[in-house]
Write a protein that binds this ligand. Structure first.
Ligand code: IPD
Ligand code: CA
Ligand code: CA
Length: 317
């Protein structure tokens, strides 16, 4: 009876059942498209859940940094590479890792202070608990908590969500693929983050963290080219410079010395804000060790300038 009712229901839709081998190409295509659609919706739901957790934990981590910020007893140590680290960096990364591990036990974690734990889910988190430790340790508010989320598909990785929390500036910029990029300031409604209008390099305001990083990377020719060609160059540093560019307050950022966690959220933030983010050789993502971020046309002009600077001083003038 039950079986009969099901059969009748099939006929009621006007589509008789036939074995898969006799379905038309069109029917098979439709079924593949439906399955891809379902997978996409599952992926989108999984992404949305991660974005909610990411935003909440970044806010908590930001509040945690404020309990150490400008504290007279803040302990600053030196790491093996002589860069500074504070108790706040470690505590903040511990908070973020614990939360992400509890919520998404199969996801991978890579953090600046506590290393790499591989995952199995195809989602990898990248954490810089305090980006701009030099600023933070000196009581300068231009530091941030960075969290990026990569989706792994075979050999390829793509940043699909990320946030740059600027707790002492009372603002944040975050984005998720297909959900836009957003600039939130305390006491103001969120507004879409947009890179500045296309502008030639000669009129552009370009930020970079510091001369020391160009020297350390042996990239002085690129710094010279930047000074010769850009409208203005300013030393707003670390993630703050990238947040300025992602919200159109400066036109571009050029960084010669980057780790994956320094770049974590920015590829998706720039793409969703109408811009482009890559390494100096054009490699997308966060693993390229250098960074250029700007409106796509200025981004291209900067990549060309960098390539020319590398080829020789003659092309730079
Ligand atoms: C630094 C910043 C800077 C980058 C340096 C990093 P930290 O991060 O992200 O922009 O150029 O390589 O060390 O040490 O302040 O987290
Ligand atoms: Ca950093
Ligand atoms: Ca850091």
């Amino acid at each position: 009876m039950h079986r009969r009712a099901r059969t009748d229901a099939r006929y009621a839709t006007g589509r008789a059942w036939r074995p898969a081998c006799v379905r038309t190409v069109r029917e098979r295509d439709d079924s593949v498209i439906r399955r891809i659609g379902t997978l996409r919706r599952m992926d989108q739901a999984a992404l949305d859940r991660r974005v909610a957790v990411m935003r909440a934990v970044a806010e908590r981590a930001g509040r945690l940094t404020l309990t150490y910020f400008q504290h007279p007893a803040l302990l600053v140590e030196r790491k093996a590479d002589a860069s500074p680290v504070t108790e706040a960096d470690r505590a903040c990364e511990t908070l973020v890792r614990r939360t992400l591990r509890a919520e998404f036990p199969q996801d991978g974690l890579l953090g600046e202070e506590h290393g790499h734990e591989p995952g199995t889910s195809g989602w990898d988190w990248v954490i810089d608990p305090i980006d701009g430790t030099v600023s933070f340790a000196h009581g300068v508010p231009l530091y941030g908590v960075l969290i990026g989320l990569e989706r792994i598909d075979g050999d390829s990785r793509r940043v699909v969500a990320g946030t740059c929390e600027l707790p002492a500036m009372r603002e944040r910029v975050w984005a998720a693929r297909g959900r836009g990029a957003w600039w939130e300031r305390e006491g103001e409604p969120p507004v879409p983050a947009r890179v500045s209008a296309p502008r030639p390099l000669a009129q552009a305001l370009v930020g970079t963290t510091g001369i020391e990083y160009f020297r350390r990377a042996g990239n002085e020719p690129v710094l010279d080219a930047l000074h010769a060609r850009a409208g203005r160059v300013r030393g707003w540093s670390d993630c703050y410079a990238l947040a300025l560019a992602a919200t159109g307050r400066c036109d571009a950022v050029v960084e010669p010395w980057m780790n994956p966690w320094d770049a974590g959220p920015f590829p998706v933030i720039f793409e969703e804000a109408g811009g482009a983010f890559s390494a100096w050789d054009g490699t997308p993502g966060i693993h390229g060790r250098t960074a250029v971020a700007a409106h796509p046309s200025l981004h291209t002009e900067l990549l060309t300038m960098i390539a020319e600077a590398h080829r020789g001083a003659g092309a730079v003038s």
